[in-house]
Write a protein that binds this ligand. Structure first.
Ligand code: HMG
Ligand code: MG
Length: 302
């Protein structure tokens, strides 16, 4: 029942760095993308085209998209909240367009308001023309659903709310959907309920998990999802990250830790763990801290 192969999407350059208080140079971000692709990552979430007033750290989005040297077979994605962001992303020459965009909504009304300043229903209205325009241009569309198990403002979130959002995303043409535990409060069975609610609307091949590791549950949640047949996950090298509108939440589960677990289970990822560890060390050095990955630390101190 367990998948033989797993695809990891490294969201470190975006989810990982969006929350950093001190500026990180575009050059450093580009260096991270290059190291991740060299380590074998085939999908990288590079940046977001959101308002720089809301998320200053991503204000260099165009510069980063311009600076990366693309490797064949790698998909480069960016977060897009509205038509303005989409237009900015495609104002560059064709070869600098994202291969994939990510529209991001929330299963919680309060989080939707705090994060993107509109209700869930309004967010879908905003996303619809973005999705249509992207698909028209041959750009793949992924959706992210925040707060699928818990919300920093509303507490526990019912699977029904997740199912409703998944249905709305499907109806506007979102091709792939990510089930996110934004604040890392989920535990395996709760995550499975959120996955089940999503799988009522999306095929297993079009669903991924995105688990923040605040409570140390992300590997368990990953395994619980694998057991349902989910084979795509968002992770961050060195466990970078957090969301500026989810106070206290820590980074995504470290890519290194997930790769260690998967390889130990005989599941293929196509990722070279040593090179990945180097990528995590590179970005952590730039931030002046240790990688937030147990596998990285254990292997480096062996
Ligand atoms: P708003 O203030 O309601 O938007 O923000 P607005 O349309 O009224 O525009 C206000 C100003 O922003 C205007 O500028 C617009 O031009 C500008 P002004 O006239 O004041 O000078 N603006 C933009 N500028 C650049 N790019 C744009 C853009 N749109 C408007 N795309 C908005 C609404 C959605 C823009 C805002 O709330 C926002 O940018 N939010 C982003 C929040 C964010 O990035 N959060 C983190 C990512 S989500 C996440 O981390 C969760 C995830 O990882 C999954 C999980 O873990 O749950 C994906
Ligand atoms: Mg996230």
């Amino acid at each position: 029942k367990l998948p033989a192969k797993v695809k990891l999407v490294d969201v470190g350059p975006r989810d990982g760095l969006q929350n950093e208080k001190l500026p990180v140079s575009a050059e450093t971000k580009i260096g991270l993308v290059h190291r991740l692709q060299d380590a074998g990552l085939t999908e990288i979430e590079v940046t977001s085209f959101v308002s720089p007033k809301w998320v200053p750290q991503m204000g260099d989005n165009a510069q980063v998209m311009h600076g990366i040297q693309r490797k064949p077979g790698v998909r480069y994605s960016v977060l897009i909240p509205n038509m303005k962001g989409f237009e900015a992303a495609i104002s560059a020459p064709r070869e600098e367009w994202p291969d994939e965009i990510v529209v991001f909504g929330a299963a919680s009304e309060a989080f939707s308001q705090k994060n993107i300043n509109c209700s869930i229903a309004e967010s879908i209205e905003r996303f619809a023309p973005v999705v249509a325009a992207a698909r028209d241009k041959g750009i793949h569309v992924r959706g992210a659903m925040s707060c699928t198990v818990g919300c920093p403002y509303e507490g526990e979130i019912a699977p029904e709310a997740v199912g409703r959002l998944a249905r709305l995303m499907k109806d506007i043409g979102v091709q792939h959907i990510g089930v996110a535990d934004t604040i890392g409060v989920g535990t395996p069975v709760k995550v499975q309920r959120a996955m089940e609610a999503t799988l009522a609307h999306y095929a297993i091949d079009d669903v991924s998990g995105h688990f923040h590791d605040t409570y140390g549950q992300a590997l368990g949640n990953t395994l619980a999802s694998l057991e349902m047949g989910v084979w795509q996950f968002d992770t961050s090298a060195a466990g970078l990250g957090g969301c500026p509108y989810a106070k206290g939440a820590t980074g995504n589960v470290a890519t290194e830790d997930v790769v260690y677990m998967l390889h130990g289970m005989g599941i293929e990822t196509g990722i070279d763990l040593d090179k990945l560890i180097d990528a995590g060390v590179y970005i952590s050095d730039a931030l002046g801290r240790e990688p937030n990955s147990r596998a990285s630390k254990a292997i480096r101190t062996k």
